[in-house]
Design a protein around this ligand. Structure first.
Ligand SMILES: [Zn+2]
Ligand SMILES: [Zn+2]
Length: 380
C-alpha cells in the first residue's frame, strides 16, 4: 500500500488514501470519494498555497520579521499566508487577532511558538504541514471557531493548554509519535466527541480533558501508568472508558462528575484508586486485589455495591452521599463503618433493634450496660 494525501470532496479535509484504490471513505465525514480526484484536488490546493505564500512575500509590510522568525503580524486580513522565509511563527505573534479566519502555512515551517494564535476567535481553518516538529504551549487556546485539526506526524508532545477552550473543536487527529499530552491540553473542548490516543502515549497531564462535555468514549493507551488529578473531570457524556493495562493509579477527581459512567473495569495492577466522586451513574465498583489505597467516592448516588480487597487498610475520603451503597464486601469493614454513612445508619438501626452495641455488635453487660467486646457504654 502506498499512502498519499488527498482532499475529501465533501468536507474538504485532508485524508490519507491508498493511491492504488479507486475510491476511499473519508474518516471525517464518512462520504466516499474518487481517490484520483481527491489527490488532484489536494495537489491543486498545494499549488494554491505556494502561490499565496509567494504573494505574502510581496505584502511583507504586514509582518515583523527577525531572521527566520515571524515576530508579529500587524495586518488585519481574514486570510493570512506565512511568507516562505519563515521557519518559526514566534511567540504571541497573532495573539488575540480578531480578524484572522484562515491561516496558510507552507511546508518549510518548523515551529509555532507559544501563545502564537491564542484567542484568535475567528480562526476556523488551518492545515499544519508535516514539517512542523514543535508547537508551543497555549498556541491555539481559545480559538473558538476551530473545528478540526490534524497534528503534524513528527510532533512528540501536545503542549500545555494547546487547545484549551477551543469550544468548537470536534475532531483532532493526533500523530503516532505523540508520547505526552500536557496539562489542560484539551480542557474545555465542549464539542469534542471522540479522540483517538496514539499507542506510544505515556503521559497525560492534569486537567487534559476536563470539561469535554461531549466526549463519549475514551480508550487510554496502554503505556499510561497514571491517570492524573482532574484529567477527565466533568466529562459529562463519558460512558465508555478503557483503562490501560499497565495502570498503577488514578488521582484525585480524575473522573469527577462523569455522570454517564455506569461501570469502569479497573486493571488488576492498580494500587491506588481515587477520582470517582460525583459519578452518579456508577452502580458497582470492584477494587482490584492488590490495591492499597482508595479515595473519595462521595456523591456516587447510584452506587449499590462495592468490593474492596483486604490489602486496603484505610480510606482517604469516603462514601458520603452514596445513599444506595448497602452492599460492601471488605474484610476490614468493621473498623471503618463511618466512612459508609448509609450502610452505617442501617447497621446502627439493626443493632438498636437487637439491643446490642452499635459500634461493634457486641452484647452489653447486665450491670453497667457496657459492651462486653469494645467496652463502650450503651448510649441509646
Ligand atoms: Zn469528508
Ligand atoms: Zn461494642
Amino acid at each position: 500500500m502506498s499512502y498519499v494525501q488527498a482532499l475529501c470532496s465533501k468536507c474538504d479535509k485532508v485524508v490519507e488514501v491508498d493511491k492504488n484504490e479507486e475510491a476511499w471513505v473519508c474518516p471525517h465525514c464518512s462520504s466516499p470519494f474518487v481517490v484520483e480526484k481527491g489527490i488532484r484536488r489536494f495537489n491543486a490546493q498545494q499549488k494554491d498555497v505556494a502561490k499565496k505564500v509567494k504573494a505574502a512575500d510581496k505584502g511583507i509590510a504586514d509582518f515583523e520579521i527577525d531572521g527566520n522568525i515571524l515576530v508579529r503580524y500587524k495586518g488585519n486580513s481574514a486570510e493570512v499566508a506565512i511568507p516562505e522565509s519563515i521557519t518559526k511563527i514566534g511567540e504571541n505573534s497573532f495573539e488575540n487577532n480578531e480578524n484572522i479566519e484562515k491561516l496558510i502555512l507552507h511546508d518549510s515551517l518548523r515551529e509555532i511558538g507559544g501563545y502564537a494564535f491564542r484567542g484568535c476567535k475567528k480562526l476556523r481553518e488551518i492545515r499544519l504541514p508535516d514539517s512542523i516538529t514543535n508547537i508551543g504551549e497555549w498556541a491555539f487556546r481559545e480559538c473558538e471557531s476551530l473545528k478540526s485539526v490534524m497534528l503534524p506526524p513528527q510532533l512528540r508532545k501536545i503542549a500545555d493548554s494547546l487547545f484549551a477552550d477551543c469550544a468548537s473543536l470536534e475532531k483532532v487527529d493526533i500523530g503516532d509519535n505523540v508520547a505526552e499530552i500536557g496539562i489542560f491540553a484539551f480542557s474545555g473542548c465542549k464539542s469534542l466527541v471522540q479522540i483517538e490516543l496514539p499507542k506510544n502515549l505515556a503521559a497525560i497531564g492534569k486537567y487534559a480533558f476536563s470539561g469535554c462535555e461531549k466526549l463519549e468514549k475514551m480508550t487510554i493507551s496502554d503505556n499510561v501508568s497514571l491517570i492524573e488529578d482532574h484529567t477527565f473531570a466533568e466529562c459529562k457524556a463519558l460512558s465508555d472508558v478503557t483503562l490501560p493495562k499497565a495502570l498503577k493509579g488514578i488521582g484525585q477527581f480524575a473522573f469527577k462528575d462523569c455522570v454517564s459512567l455506569r461501570f469502569v473495569q479497573l486493571p488488576p495492577g492498580v494500587l491506588s484508586v481515587d477520582g470517582f466522586s460525583g459519578c452518579s451513574g456508577l452502580r458497582a465498583m470492584e477494587i482490584p486485589a492488590k490495591c492499597e489505597t482508595i479515595g473519595d467516592f462521595s456523591g456516587c448516588t447510584s452506587l449499590e455495591t462495592i468490593r474492596i480487597p483486604a490489602t486496603v487498610k484505610s480510606i482517604n475520603g469516603g462514601f458520603d452521599n452514596c445513599p444506595k451503597l448497602l452492599s460492601i464486601n471488605w474484610p476490614n469493614l468493621s473498623g471503618f463503618m463511618k466512612f459508609f454513612p448509609a450502610y452505617y445508619e442501617q447497621e446502627v438501626d439493626k443493632r438498636k433493634k437487637l439491643g446490642v452495641c452499635i459500634y461493634c455488635g457486641g452484647e452489653f453487660k447486665l450491670i453497667g450496660k457496657t459492651c462486653k467486646v469494645c467496652g463502650k457504654k450503651k448510649d441509646y
